[in-house]
Design a protein around this ligand. Structure first.
Ligand SMILES: [Fe+2]
Ligand SMILES: [Fe+2]
Length: 363
């Protein structure tokens, strides 16, 4: 069996990372006043549990030349002269490393989500939120497991990229419980959803597409949770307190947009990071892919009531204000339906295999 620690291409700093904590753990003796919508979400979380071991067919393999079988334009340096001159094997190597870097960030980010969900269980004052966050905690453990198993098939892994680590560190150190939601449920999970969607919808590789479809089915509940909890909470704060949140949000969005690039990959493969960055900038890759990553975040921010001038002006400058009118509910419904379609496909493939196994060979 492949161990992740054996396939890290860059060494993470040690095998553990600790973040000091300074907050009160909150008990709640009132068990009866759960909000109906929150208890409904909790019930859904309980009922929709699944087992990564059995729901996903892990005997499926990745492609040798293009592991997830993604369109070439989804590789940020496609079209760059140095890349286009490479032979087939070297190009395959670049694709494998870039895709593995991305799945590594998903896996590492999911561990962040696991820890943040557990932190919410301990810190949030409402009992119904604690119930729900407990279901999310096991969801996130399953996501770490699923991406880990997918990553093993790449035979290469990357550590958590510094900007992601910086944001998670900030979110975990903050003693205000809602900041964990804002950083993790709104920004990181919102970005992750858009990134998962690109793979779910464009990967021709059935294993890579299925893993992302199933994870997304859970993630849409997580985003709904952030919305529910924060929509109730923010109107109770003062304008000054809300302004602080808006500033944090905007900073986090910039951090993820401008510094979350695959510089580790280019450097590791001996490519010139400056040439890669210039290519990505000039080709419009950053503009297109990066801003589309915010489709899931902007409408939520508006919905939870952090929609003052700091945010709206900032989003206008980033060119993402237009996403405010995205129909989040429709996206969430689609995430659910698409996961069911993957289940139907698996069932069909299995039935064909069963029938084929029973066919008598012709005389
Ligand atoms: Fe997750
Ligand atoms: Fe999540």
């Amino acid at each position: 069996m492949t161990a992740i620690k054996d396939i890290y291409t860059l060494r993470p700093d040690g095998t553990h990372w600790t973040v000091p904590q300074d907050f009160d753990v909150a008990f709640n003796w009132d068990y009866d006043d759960g909000r109906q919508s929150m208890m409904h979400l909790y019930r859904k979380g309980v009922e929709m549990q699944w087992n990564a071991e059995t729901r996903i067919d892990w005997s499926q393999e990745l492609d040798e030349d293009n592991p997830e079988q993604l369109p070439e334009q989804m590789l940020p340096i496609a079209g760059m002269a140095t890349y286009e001159k490479m032979g087939r094997k070297d190009k395959a190597d670049v694709r494998r490393h870039f895709q593995a870097w991305q799945i590594s960030q998903f896996m590492q980010g999911e561990q962040g989500a696991l820890i943040c969900a557990a932190k919410i269980v301990t810190q949030v004052p409402d009992a119904d939120s604690k119930f729900y966050a407990a279901t999310q905690t096991i969801d996130e453990a399953r996501h770490v497991e699923s991406y880990k198993r997918l990553l093993e098939k790449f035979r290469v892994a990357y550590p958590m990229t510094p900007p992601l680590q910086e944001l998670i560190d900030q979110v975990l150190r903050d003693s205000r419980w809602d900041m964990t939601y804002l950083g993790m449920q709104v920004v990181i999970e919102g970005l992750a959803l858009a990134a998962f969607q690109q793979i779910r919808d464009h990967a021709q590789n059935p294993l890579a597409a299925a893993v992302n479809a199933y994870v997304m089915q859970d993630e849409s509940r997580h985003v709904a949770f952030g919305r529910l909890a924060l929509r109730d909470y923010y109107p109770q704060l003062t304008q000054k307190e809300r302004d602080e949140r808006e500033e944090f949000l905007l900073e986090a969005c910039y951090l993820m947009r401008d510094r979350f690039d695959a510089v580790e990959v280019w450097k590791n493969l001996g490519l010139d990071p400056a040439e890669c960055a210039a290519h990505m900038y000039d080709s419009g890759f950053m503009q297109m892919f990066r801003s589309s990553l915010f489709t899931r975040i902007v409408p939520i921010v508006k919905d939870i009531g952090l929609w003052g001038t700091t945010i709206t002006k900032g989003y206008e400058e980033m060119g993402i204000l237009g996403y405010a009118d995205t129909d989040v509910q429709a996206l969430q419904d689609a995430d659910n339906d698409i996961a069911s379609e993957f289940d139907a496909r698996n069932k069909y493939v299995q039935s064909v295999m069963d029938r084929a196994a029973n066919l008598e060979p012709a005389e």
